[in-house]
Unconditional design. Structure first.
Length: 87
């Protein structure tokens, strides 16, 4: 993978002078702020598109309950005794 720091520093050196052309008494995000915001917006859009694609694959239908095996509805195969125990 190529080194991204070189391209980022090159972009910053070209964009920072553009931001200096604005009046120094005004506080503005400038061109660099807009580019950062635009990149973040594109990243969120891409993530949302990917998420919706994955959510379409999910099956939300619940599996049918297994048939009662005669244990009184108690899991684990042991029946609960409610009355007095018979010897």
């Amino acid at each position: 993978m190529p080194d991204m720091s070189a391209s980022v520093s090159l972009a910053v050196t070209h964009l920072v002078p553009l931001a200096k052309e604005v009046d120094e008494n005004k506080v503005t995000p400038g061109v660099l702020g807009f580019i950062v915001f635009a990149v973040m917006a594109l990243a969120v859009w891409g993530l949302m598109k990917s998420m919706s694609k994955h959510m379409r694959k999910v099956d939300f239908k619940e599996a049918p309950a297994p048939e009662d095996s005669g244990n009184g509805g108690v899991k684990g195969g042991t029946a609960a005794r409610t009355g007095p125990q018979q010897g």
